[in-house]
Design a binder for this molecule. Structure first.
Ligand SMILES: Cc1cc2nc3c(=O)[nH]c(=O)nc-3n(C[C@H](O)[C@H](O)[C@H](O)COP(=O)(O)O)c2cc1C
Length: 200
C-alpha cells in the first residue's frame, strides 16, 4: 500500500479537502482503492439498504475514450438546462484536448440500486466519506458530474460492468496531487432562524 497517512482530525480533513484537477502519474494501488471503498460503505444509509455499488476504472486510455464520449453528451445537457453560467463550460467541453478526468488514473463510479428510495442520498454520503478518507491519506479527488450523462447510457454502463438496475450517481477521480490546491471560498452558513446566544 502506498498511501501517505496524514495526521488530521475529521474536521481538519473536511477543511483540507479540495477538488484536485492535476495528478502525478503515480497509480493508486488496489489496496488503497479498497480502503477508500471501506470508508465509503460506512456512510449512513436509509433503511439500512446500503444501496450503493462501485465500478472502479483504472485504465487511462479507457478514461480518455470515456471523456471523449462524455463531452458532447454533457454539452447537450448544458444546452437543455439553459444555464446562464454555462458559456465558459461549453467552450471548455468543446475543446478536443480537454480530458474531463484530468488524466487521473483511477475513476470510482458510485452507483445506486434504483430499487431503493434514498439510493442517491446513500451514494452521495458514501462519496463524501470516500473523499475525506482520500484526503487524510494524502490523495486528491474530484467529483466528475460531467461524466454522468455518458455513464448512464446503457451500452457504456454495460461496458464497465454496471448492471441495468444500477444508475451512476457519483463519479470520482482519485490520484496523487501534483501540487497544493487553493481552497475555494465559501459563504458563511446562512442561518434561517435565530440561534439563541449561549450563556457563559
Ligand atoms: C455534483 C458535483 C458535480 C461536479 N462535477 C464536476 C466536474 O464535472 N468537473 C470538475 O472539475 N469538478 C466538478 N465538481 C467539483 C466542484 O466544481 C467543486 O466541488 C467546487 O468548485 C468546490 O470546490 P472544492 O471541491 O475544491 O471545495 C463537481 C462537484 C459536485 C458536488
Amino acid at each position: 500500500m502506498q498511501y501517505q497517512a496524514v495526521e488530521m482530525s475529521v474536521f481538519e480533513a473536511i477543511l483540507a479537502r479540495r477538488s484536485v484537477r492535476c495528478y502525478t502519474s503515480q497509480a493508486v494501488d488496489n489496496a488503497t482503492v479498497r480502503l477508500l471503498l471501506e470508508a465509503a460503505v460506512h456512510a449512513p444509509t436509509a433503511f439500512h439498504d446500503e444501496a450503493w455499488a462501485f465500478a472502479v476504472i483504472q485504465d487511462k486510455s479507457e478514461l480518455r475514450l470515456l471523456s471523449d464520449r462524455a463531452k458532447p453528451l454533457f454539452i447537450n445537457e448544458l444546452r437543455r438546462s439553459g444555464r446562464s453560467r454555462s458559456e465558459h463550460a461549453l467552450e471548455a467541453f468543446s475543446d478536443p484536448a480537454q480530458n474531463i478526468f484530468y488524466d487521473a488514473g483511477t475513476l470510482i463510479v458510485i452507483c445506486a440500486d434504483s430499487m431503493s428510495p434514498f439510493a442517491a442520498a446513500d451514494c452521495w454520503l458514501a462519496a463524501e466519506n470516500l473523499m475525506l478518507a482520500a484526503c487524510a491519506m494524502g490523495l486528491g479527488t474530484c467529483v466528475i458530474g460531467s461524466a454522468l450523462p455518458a455513464l448512464n447510457v446503457a451500452t457504456i454502463k454495460a461496458g464497465f460492468g454496471i448492471p441495468e438496475k444500477f444508475s451512476a450517481i457519483a463519479p470520482i477521480v482519485v490520484g496523487y496531487p501534483v501540487e497544493e490546491t487553493k481552497p475555494t471560498p465559501r459563504r458563511q452558513p446562512y442561518i434561517l432562524n435565530r440561534i439563541p446566544v449561549e450563556q457563559q
